[in-house]
Ligand binder design. Structure first.
Ligand SMILES: Cc1cc2nc3c(=O)[nH]c(=O)nc-3n(C[C@H](O)[C@H](O)[C@H](O)COP(=O)(O)O)c2cc1C
Length: 412
């Protein structure tokens, strides 16, 4: 009886790794978001998931992708699909970039190390934030290929906020140069910090303070709490000892940004960066066609159409809605990235078909990190890659150069 039952029933092998078990049950980014919501303390999850004011920009970033529909072509041989793209002159396996995110260790103790390693395994660029909790040098060491058989191909970029203290800024740029970082990403949408009301309501600080609410939350989320108290303290790793606010005492993010970063940032400062940095420069946070035109005039190498994932100005335009208008007037003068609201491979295909050169993601890999650590980030990058592949096959496009306005239209 048992033998004949064995003949018809195939038992699934039990997955011993609990993080892998969680991933095995996830079908998309929203599933990972739910898992990380369950595993992280509420204040930590809200810091990652939240956005400015009524969060309309955040919702609009995501939902605007559904304003476009495909015009799929059939009976085209799609047996070999090539997702490779050229990003800043380098052949890249698929057109995706990990956006800079501050305080990443709050999701998992490896933080930016996990994200940079995962990006390097996939061969795609990773941007380390000024507000990172792992240093430029740590990123360089962990993503450095140990020998020629090593499978990591690191492409590290450094994101800069413009410190009032130019000495701090110069030091960061020198270190990024020394560590062989390929490009700097100047974020220009953060003159002051947006009002993130989930954080305001909770009195959320970085690092989180251990009040009674946090203790209760910690009991509900034992694995995060264990991770938090058994690993070295979370700091702004790039400015430890160099700035009064290095994360060694709890501060609100708004106080930090308003005290340390320059509100007088202007196009002249972009010229200043050119005198300090002779490699590639990307401006992140362009939100109008007019500023895209000015970027060409200031001869930067790329722009990221971005509203900081809806975390700054509420009712800012959705990046995907800017792609067509910006690339229309742009030609090949600089690369254009679409950053914000990307939750599926098909979203990336839409952005490329409308004219973007690549896309950037923030929250998706943070949800992966919170849900399952480094293998969660791998899962996310693979999810996007497979989603792109599948969409191209169904759309009848073999490579990125076949993605164009013939295959997409705005819904009427
Ligand atoms: C938790 C978190 C921290 C962030 N920190 C930074 C940062 O330090 N510098 C920066 O330029 N952008 C930062 N961003 C914005 C991201 O780089 C990116 O623009 C945004 O997440 C894209 O939207 P998405 O989350 O919908 O993918 C952060 C975003 C999140 C969610």
């Amino acid at each position: 009886m048992l033998r004949s039952l064995k003949g018809i029933v195939r038992f699934k092998r039990f997955e011993k790794n609990p993080a892998q078990r969680r991933l095995n049950k996830a079908a998309n980014i929203e599933d990972l978001r739910r898992v990380s919501k369950r595993r992280l303390p509420a204040g930590v999850f809200d810091y990652i998931d939240g956005a400015a004011e009524d969060e309309r920009t955040l919702r609009n970033n995501v939902s605007s992708f559904s304003n476009y529909e495909f015009k799929p072509r059939v009976l085209r041989d799609v047996s070999n699909i090539d997702l490779s793209a050229n990003i800043l002159g380098v052949q890249t396996p698929f057109p995706l970039i990990c956006s800079p995110t501050g305080f990443t260790r709050i999701a998992h103790h490896d933080g930016e190390l996990a994200v940079s390693r995962s990006a390097a395994r996939s061969g795609i660029p990773f941007a380390l934030s000024t507000m990172a909790t792992r240093s430029i040098e740590e990123i360089q060491t962990t993503t450095q290929p140990v020998n020629s058989a090593h499978s990591l191909s690191p492409r590290n970029w450094f994101q800069v906020y413009v410190w009032k203290d130019r000495g701090v800024l110069r030091d960061l740029l020198d270190r990024a140069k020394e560590a062989n970082f390929e490009a700097i990403v100047i974020t220009v949408d953060t003159a002051v910090l947006g009002r993130r009301e989930r954080d305001v309501r909770r009195g959320f600080t970085l690092p989180p303070q251990l009040g009674i609410g946090t203790v209760l939350d910690g009991i509900r989320n034992p694995s995060w709490t264990w991770d938090f108290i058994t690993n070295e303290p979370i700091r702004f790793a790039n400015v430890v000892g160099k700035s009064a606010d290095d994360g060694s005492s709890a501060i609100s993010l708004a106080d930090h940004v308003n005290a340390q970063f320059s509100q007088s940032l202007s196009w002249n400062d972009i010229e200043w960066f050119r005198t300090q940095w002779d490699k590639k420069i990307i401006i992140k946070g362009i939100q109008t066609v007019e500023d895209a035109k000015l970027s060409v005039k200031h001869s930067v190498d790329a722009i990221a159409l971005s509203n900081h994932g809806g975390r700054q100005l509420d009712d800012a335009p959705a990046p995907i809605n800017l792609v067509g208008a910006v690339t229309d007037i742009m030609g090949d003068e600089l690369e254009v990235y679409c950053d914000g609201g990307i939750r599926r491979g098909s979203d990336i295909i839409k952005a490329i078909a409308l004219g973007a050169d690549a896309c950037m993601i923030g929250r998706p890999f943070l949800y992966g990190l919170g849900a399952a650590g480094e293998i969660g980030v791998d899962w996310v990058l693979n999810f996007f890659k497979e989603g792109m592949q599948q969409t191209m096959a169904l759309l009848g496009a073999k490579n990125l150069s076949e993605l164009n306005l013939d295959l997409i239209e705005r819904k009427r």
